[in-house]
Design a protein around this ligand. Structure first.
Ligand code: UDP
Length: 254
């Protein structure tokens, strides 16, 4: 079988050419980075867990009518996705103050927000993903005004749905980051959810203890990163049978 062509390699994922035109294979690595690439580590089993968690969340979102790039999971570390043109804007939705917002505005982490807040960051490693306004997004043509409206309304729908999904399993959704892409089909174009939704891109706290079950365990050297991701999967009812030992994926393809 011919080796698949690598289309793109990011910090936590690799994209390969898919089996049919218009598809890609998204491979989840165990690599973790933080603080604009200054901190790097390997969290054994993270890729397998994120592949499964993101599959579950994208599937559930699809069921409630949120369009996504997800097609199906292929194996422990790979999923088939539709090829989209990624919009270079990260959308962050916040329910509770934490992370960069707490720092920037001096609001204690854990302070509930009176209403959900949507923020935009320009996707640029060199610039460290700066916070931008809607004006920047439309002025520089990263997304058109109708596209941005659609992204905002989809983001709030994702937040409402995920908030409930996590509360039901004893987890508070503090904030999360999502990305969107343009899916071209025939003469049509529509905005769909892309990338991944996993404990790498969400802040998830245990409702009772406020224990962090997300990437902040890596960012802040709290330890037990893989165990926390596993706990999220376990609560969602999707931990592979046999637990951690089943989390070995196929060998990394280079
Ligand atoms: N986030 C992400 N990728 C980024 C930046 C942020 O997935 O490049 C997520 C992060 O995990 C958190 C939310 O977006 O759930 C808000 O992050 P924040 O702006 O507080 O940045 P941080 O404190 O992580 O630098």
């Amino acid at each position: 079988m011919p080796r698949r062509r690598k289309v793109y390699e990011g910090k936590a994922k690799v994209l390969f050419e898919g089996p049919e035109p218009g598809t890609l294979v998204q491979y989840f690595k165990d690599d973790a980075t933080a603080f604009n690439n200054e901190k790097h580590g390997i969290i054994t089993g993270k890729g397998v867990l994120n592949n499964r968690i993101s599959e579950y969340i994208m599937t559930r979102l699809g069921e409630v009518g949120v369009p996504t790039h997800f097609v199906r999971r292929l194996n422990m570390r790979e999923q088939l996705i539709r090829e989209v043109e990624i919009i270079p804007v990260e959308v962050i939705v916040r329910n509770v103050a934490a992370g960069s917002m707490s720092k920037r505005l001096g609001i204690a982490e854990g302070t509930p927000l009176p209403r959900s807040i949507v923020e935009y960051c320009y996707k640029s490693d060199e610039l460290g993903d700066p916070l931008v306004t809607e004006e920047h997004v439309t002025c520089f043509g990263w997304a058109s005004p109708p596209e941005l409206d659609e992204m905002m309304s989809l983001s709030l729908r994702v937040n409402d749905f995920l908030y409930g999904l996590f509360v039901a399993v004893g987890i508070r959704l503090i904030d999360f980051k999502i990305e969107f892409g343009r899916l071209y089909q025939d003469e049509d174009m529509r905005i769909v959810l892309a990338d991944e939704i996993s404990p790498d891109s969400c802040r998830l706290w245990d409702i009772e203890s406020n224990e962090k079950l997300d990437k902040d365990r890596f960012r802040r050297d709290l330890g037990g990163v893989a165990e926390a991701y596993q706990e999220v999967a376990r609560r969602l009812g999707i931990l592979p049978e046999g637990g951690p030992r089943d989390l070995k994926g196929p060998a990394v393809m280079q």
